[in-house]
Structure formats: C-alpha cells, structure tokens
Design a protein around this ligand. Structure first.
Ligand SMILES: [Zn+2]
Length: 307
C-alpha cells in the first residue's frame, strides 16, 4: 500500500518574517528532496481540507478558537506570543494543517493508504488548549489523536515525538487520558522548560542533555519508548516529526544525523506493523536547517513508503 503525502499551498503563505526560522522554505526543502530522490511521484498526493470547528474543539477551548479567528489580520502581522505571529494567510493555513491531521487519520483508517506524511505548517505540538505558543497555533497531532478516538472509535492511540523540543501542548492535552500514550525525547533543560518530571504510565518523557547524539537517542527509543509501546499495543501510531535535533540544526544542541531518523522510523514502522496494520500518520513539527531538514524528512518518508 501507498504512503499519502498531504499538504496545501496556503502552508507556503503563512509567513512570520524573512528572518524567522519557521519559514515557508521548509516545505520546499522537503519537497525538493523528495523530487530529487525520485520518491515524490510514488506518493499518493492529497490537498489538506480545513479542520472543522468540531474537530478543533476536541483539543482547544471555544474561546481560543474565537479569539484566533478574530485576531487574524487583513494585512500586516499580529503577534500571538514572543515568537509566533499571524499574517493574513496564517489562520487559513493553520486550519489546513489541522485538517491534514484529520485527513491522514481518515485515509489510514479507511485502508486507502498504509501511512501518511503531512508536510504542513504552522506546526502544532507546543499549542495549548487555550494558547498559541512556540510557532504553533493549533495542536495538529492532538487533533489527529482526538479524531481517531472520537470519529473512529479507537481506544488506544500512540504519539511518538522526536522533535528536539518537548511537546508541552500534546502532553497537557492527554496527561489525564490513558487512551493516548505519548513517547517523547527532547533536549532538557531547554525550551519549553517542562516535561522532565511530569510523565506517568502513558506519558513517556525522555529528557536528553545538550550534546547527546545517536547513541543516547537510540538508547532512549530502545530502552523506554519501544517497551512502553509494546505494552500499550496502539491501534494507530502518530508521529510528531520534528527534525531540529539534527546536529546541523543550530536551534538546539542535540547531535542526531540523517540515519537516526531512518532508524527510528524503521523501529516505529515495525511496531505499527505488529500492532496496528502499519497505520502511521506523521506530521511535520520543527526542523530549521533546510538541508538537514530536507534530507532527514526524505529519509523518514522513504522508510514509511517502503521504497
Ligand atoms: Zn522543535
């Protein structure tokens, strides 16, 4: 079965300024590598729909949804927090990014594809129930998990998050909901300065010290993520795919290499094949050094596609 590739042209128009690292060029960097590697033509292409209010309300407050819609500017930019802003295209792009999450879940649950990669922005895992944060507006991966539970009747959904930053919004959304397991690695102490001691049976947080590389990351996945996921036996696996732990990415101080992203994807794919018919939906989160981002995401998608 094929891998779906879900994106939308509006994700290229959300722009927080020419010096902002979370730039439209990130989408192109991934797409260029997919084209150069010959993978692009083998993927099943889809245009992301807008997430509905009902889908967003599963993980966000009504008041927050109303406030974001009301703040969306007709021109210029509006600041949401110190490093997150909206231009006239941000709100519709954020609706498409969250809609891609829903579409990815629907496609894999219907068996139309084995797995899906959503090349979207704004990213999502820092977004809280009532607050935009850290380049994120809506929590796309949380929208995906909540949709799988509510619309497809699943009772066990797992999220693997290898972004260099802790997915605080994702953790807070599901901290008290044992139907969702979150397995996360992240640099600590580092933005957003939480997650090191807030785990529980279904929130498997693995903080890594600055300077950690392939060995520490693979030990965390092998020693902590995989045993927890084996016990949990997810019916669907979601991936918060941030590539900013790459050694070439100066956003943070972890030292992963391209091959680590291929390796972790292989481990997760094997687990998904064993427990959930290979069903994986992967969503782009961070990754700011464009060459490393393009190569790492291509490696990730290549493993997902089995090509
Ligand atoms: Zn990040």
């Amino acid at each position: 079965m094929q891998t779906a590739y879900i994106t939308h042209s509006l994700c290229l128009k959300h722009d927080m300024g020419s010096h902002h690292p979370e730039s439209p060029a990130r989408i192109h960097a991934i797409e260029d590598q997919l084209i150069a590697s010959g993978l692009f033509g083998y993927l099943q292409h889809h245009e992301a729909p807008e997430a509905t209010r009902e889908q967003l309300l599963r993980v966000h407050d009504a008041g927050y949804l109303d406030a974001i819609a009301a703040m969306a500017p007709q021109q210029g930019r509006v600041d949401l927090d110190g490093d997150t802003s909206m231009n006239p295209f941000t709100y519709p792009a954020a609706l498409r990014a969250a809609g891609a999450a829903v579409m990815g879940v629907d496609l894999v649950m219907a068996g139309k594809v084995e797995n899906a990669f959503c090349n979207i922005r704004p990213p999502g895992h820092h977004a809280e129930r009532d607050r935009a944060m850290g380049f994120c507006i809506f929590n796309n991966i949380a929208v995906a998990a909540a949709h799988a539970l509510a619309a497809h009747g699943l009772s066990r959904v797992a999220i693997a998050d290898f972004d260099v930053h802790h997915g605080n919004g994702t953790e807070h959304t599901f901290h008290e909901d044992p139907r969702v397991m979150l397995c996360s690695t992240f640099q600590h102490p580092f933005y957003p300065y939480c997650g090191a001691d807030s785990g529980n049976d279904h929130i498997v947080n693995v903080p890594l010290a600055a300077g950690s590389g392939s060995r520490e990351f693979r030990d965390a996945v092998t020693g902590l993520w995989l045993p927890a996921l084996e016990r949990f036996q997810p019916e669907l696996l979601l991936i918060s795919a941030g590539f900013d732990a790459h050694r070439e990415d100066d956003m943070a101080m972890l030292k992963l290499v391209d091959a680590d992203y291929g390796w972790v994807t292989e481990q997760l794919k094997k687990l998904a094949e064993k427990h959930c018919r290979g069903r994986i939906v992967s969503m782009l989160e961070g990754g700011y050094e464009l060459h490393a981002l393009g190569r790492s995401a291509m490696t990730h998608i290549k493993v997902l596609s089995g090509l």
